[in-house]
Design a binder for this molecule. Structure first.
Ligand code: SME
Length: 160
């Protein structure tokens, strides 16, 4: 059993979360298991989220993967909505007000802002990590950097 609060390194914020994510995946590389754990970890450790999870690249279409939150739409074409934009451009989408985003897909009406991080490994788009918040402009640049770092740790420690 890993004690996630016993790093003893005096870390805080995203540095602490990064150390915890390293520990969480130290002994397991299965992608689905780690993706499920990661979505639960993010959902419970990052404040003010109503949805956290994965959409996976299945033949140039995003298909729902492990997540925490309300039931969500299952398939999203590349280029559609915030997730589709992240997949098509391979650029993180940090959206302060999803209602002002062209083509936004409203899975959970509670969502007001969104951060979607493309997951690219060795040139391949594995999918995207999608985080939704009920608060407008929930995600700062520092949140984006911190969460991109956590996603990169997840990717490097998972087989895919
Ligand atoms: N709002 C997303 C769809 C996924 S849900 O938020 C879980 C979008 O526009 O891509």
């Amino acid at each position: 059993m890993i004690d996630l609060n016993a790093s003893g390194k005096g870390l805080d914020g995203y540095e602490l979360l990064a150390a915890q994510v390293q520990a969480l995946f130290a002994d397991e590389r299965d992608f689905i298991a780690n993706a499920a754990q990661f979505s639960a970890f993010i959902y419970h450790q990052v404040a003010d989220l109503n949805w956290a999870g994965f959409y996976l690249n299945r033949d140039e279409q995003l298909v729902l993967g492990p997540f925490q939150g309300q039931v969500a739409c299952v398939r999203i074409p590349f280029g559609k909505g915030v997730c589709g934009a992240a997949a098509a451009t391979r650029q993180t989408q940090r959206v302060e007000d999803v209602h002002a985003f062209p083509g936004h897909i409203a899975c959970d009406s509670a969502s007001n802002s969104e951060l979607v991080i493309p997951l690219v490994k060795e040139g391949r788009l594995i999918g995207v990590l999608d985080l939704d918040s009920p608060t407008l402009a929930r995600f700062s640049e520092a949140d984006q950097r911190g969460l991109e770092h956590l996603a990169s740790i997840f990717l490097s420690l998972s087989d895919c």
